[in-house]
Design a protein around this ligand. Structure first.
Ligand code: C2E
Ligand code: MG
Ligand code: MG
Ligand code: MG
Length: 292
């Protein structure tokens, strides 16, 4: 008891213990039960082709339907989940749920597009991500190209040798890989070649810099050129204005993502952007309708 009154006791009464950290503690306790109570949701945001603006892919973004606070953005609870390690089971749920949703859309006769999920560094360390991904795809009878993984630079640099090995296995499986928020973290350009990801996503801050009358699109333009020289596809995130859209398209950016084209939305609402196949081209769906 005397020991407890030492540092912890002091911290409790000190001004450092602000309402935010107390809130975090409460949030962490509630977050533990959120998964089991089924309070997590995925919202889907479209990625459109820069030429033609057809929806060709999507990103799954985590939400927490909190019983009292309402729908919470990842900014509110992902940091807490990462600190507590809860991000590992939560991240597993994200991958399984994305695959389950793709299967459900396919069964409804929707034309599927690849869906990207965001990974946390801890999922590389504390989880057999390769087996998890393989299992989630197999359980739902999905081809691997329908799943994309978004990784951050910091994540890749942490244990580069091990990461290269894991990424090679994922790539061999046919899963596609993207570097998220590119340019915002610390990365070595030499490693870009080693990691061999298919896609770079230009960080939102550089897209935000593209303004009419300004001359601040240089970084976005440079990232597009770099990616193309490495044989990679480029996605711009956070596209909000027509000016940004036109600038990025002129620079040869491949895909655009942002509020201009669609906000993240619940699965039921996103489904309408997928359109439905009159005649399912998928062999499995065709086989089923014949059998029925
Ligand atoms: P991110 O992966 O870079 O995702 C893009 C974020 O930008 C999303 O915020 C999206 O709603 C927002 N966004 C998209 N278009 C626009 C736009 O035109 N303007 C503006 N201002 N924002 C736009 P969100 O959903 O709040 O997610 C924030 C971050 O939380 C994500 O950034 C990602 O790092 C993390 N996150 C989301 N879902 C997961 C998850 O399942 N697992 C993990 N580990 N992290 C996640
Ligand atoms: Mg992302
Ligand atoms: Mg991003
Ligand atoms: Mg971001």
């Amino acid at each position: 008891r005397a020991k407890d009154d030492g540092r912890n006791g002091f911290q409790f009464y000190s001004a450092d213990m602000n309402t935010a950290s107390l809130g975090e503690l409460l949030l962490e306790n509630q977050l533990r039960g959120a998964l089991e109570r089924g309070e997590l949701r995925l919202h889907y945001q479209p990625k459109v082709c820069a030429r033609g603006h057809a929806v060709v892919a999507a990103e799954a973004l985590l939400r927490w339907q909190h019983p009292e606070l309402g729908l919470l953005s990842p900014g509110r609870f992902v940091p807490v989940a990462e600190e507590s390690g809860l991000i590992v089971p939560m991240g597993e749920w994200v991958i399984r749920e994305t695959c389950r949703q793709l299967r459900a859309w396919q069964d409804e006769g929707r034309v599927l597009v690849p869906v990207a999920v965001n990974l946390s560094a801890q999922q590389f360390v504390h989880q057999d991500i390769v087996s998890l991904v393989r299992e989630a795809l197999d359980d739902n009878d999905l081809p691997a190209h329908l799943l994309e993984l978004e990784l951050t630079e910091t994540m890749l640099m942490r244990d580069a040798d091990r990461t290269v090995h894991i990424l090679a296995q994922l790539r061999a499986m046919g899963v596609s890989l993207a570097i998220d928020d590119f340019g915002s973290g610390y990365s070595s350009l030499a490693y870009l070649k080693r990691f061999q990801v298919q896609t770079l996503k230009i960080d939102r801050s550089f897209v935000h810099d593209i303004r009419e009358g300004g001359e601040d699109g240089e970084i976005a333009a440079a990232v597009i050129a770099l990616a193309h020289n490495l044989g990679q596809q480029v996605v711009a995130e956070g596209v909000e204005t027509e000016y940004q859209r036109d600038f990025l398209t002129r620079q040869g950016c491949d895909l655009l993502q942002g509020f201009l084209f669609g906000r993240p939305q619940a699965a039921e609402d996103f489904a309408s952007s997928l359109g439905s196949a009159q005649m399912p081209r998928d062999a499995r769906a065709a086989g089923e309708s014949v059998a029925a």
